[in-house]
Design a protein around this ligand. Structure first.
Ligand code: PMV
Length: 337
């Protein structure tokens, strides 16, 4: 084990030191689900290696995610949702920056990536995007890596991508090592067939700030950021217990409060950051009112204006009447409802 690694190249070289970079297949394809954090990752202890300040916990979105096809080619091209991206496009630049860490000189790829979720609208398309890309490269180079190694590699592309290799509830350990080799995710092996997520997508526009920039601004400038690691520690301990006991109200309360605390941190950043639209607040008010009427429904929100409901199968039909555009996901079937 190496004691200290300072950059991404050394990190990747270490993980892939015994692997071959010969290409034996022309085309490979892989799928990874998106994931939504119930306990958020918000802040890095190492920007280079995407090492988080805290651990985080997510639930994956079944068939909502990314399929990526990598084809060996004479020149590089990146196609996102059937649209050829300019090499200067931020999404393409980020993807090639990541691929360049891995591939060998003289290797060119045509990459076609298709999201079943809106791109960059706070619905974690970068998580499923980088996870699908890593799975495709694992196939292309025939590495046969275990999920822990895949999670470590994908983390360099996007932190939350470390959690997109499993369905269901996933825990990303923050790790303690400076070299980042213990900061990976794993499945929590919890089966909860009644658990539902309701996607309320009212805004598919690309967001003003990337989550990366918003995270860094918050961490550097919020006067309350120092309290975040302790809050996450106790939220994580409590939600793990609530998940074990299948105590839905407790899971919902903790997840909702954790998301609200993350947004409160952003509001307190300088300059202040607000991902919500007016409609986001209308939805939040409605969710609180429904709860006051006795319906156990909670929400979470990421770096975008869209709201995700958390509820149990019993309440699906009543909530479908209240939110007619809601898209329901059963994370334990691994497919849309
Ligand atoms: O992985 P990134 O850099 O896109 O950051 C993800 C940030 C949140 O989605 C807001 C929280 C999380 O844990 O997924």
């Amino acid at each position: 084990m190496i004691k200290r690694m300072v950059n991404k190249e050394q990190f990747i070289n270490h993980i892939l030191s015994k692997q071959s970079f010969d290409i034996t297949k022309d085309t490979v394809s892989a799928y990874a689900p998106s994931n939504i954090a119930l306990i958020k990752y918000w802040g890095k202890r190492d920007i280079q290696l995407n090492l988080p300040v805290t651990s985080s916990l997510s639930v994956s979105l079944g068939s909502k995610g990314t399929t990526t096809r990598v084809r060996v080619s004479k020149k590089d091209e990146f196609i996102l949702n059937d649209c050829l991206l300019n090499a200067t496009d931020p999404i393409a630049k980020r993807a090639w920056g990541f691929i360049n860490l891995i591939r060998k000189s003289g290797q060119y790829f045509s990459i076609e990536t298709t999201n079943t979720i809106p791109t960059a609208a706070g619905l974690a398309s970068s998580a499923s995007g980088f996870a699908a890309l890593v799975l495709a490269l694992n196939e292309l180079y025939q590495w046969n890596l275990d999920e822990k190694s895949l999670s470590l590699i994908a983390r360099l592309g996007s932190g939350s991508a470390a959690r997109s290799f499993w369905q269901g509830f996933v825990l990303w350990h923050k790790g303690e090592l400076e070299n980042g080799l213990d900061s990976y995710a794993e499945s929590m092996h919890i089966d909860w067939p009644e658990f539902r997520i309701g996607l309320l997508i009212h805004d598919e526009k690309q967001k003003e700030h990337s989550s990366r920039d918003a995270m860094n601004i918050t961490q550097e400038t919020s006067p309350f950021y120092a309290q975040w690691p302790e809050l996450v520690k106790s939220d994580l301990a409590n939600i793990k217990q609530a998940l074990d006991e299948k105590d839905f109200n407790r899971v919902g309360q903790i997840a909702e409060s954790n998301a609200q605390a993350m947004h409160a941190l952003m509001w307190s950043a300088r300059p202040s950051i607000c991902f919500s639209s007016a409609h986001t607040f209308t939805l939040i008010r409605k969710i609180c009112d429904l709860r006051a009427q006795g319906i156990p429904v909670y929400f979470t929100q990421d770096a975008g204006p869209n709201v995700k409901l958390l509820f149990l199968a019993n309440d699906q039909s009543i909530l479908e009447k209240e939110f007619d555009t809601m898209h329901v996901i059963n994370p334990f079937e691994g497919k849309e409802q």
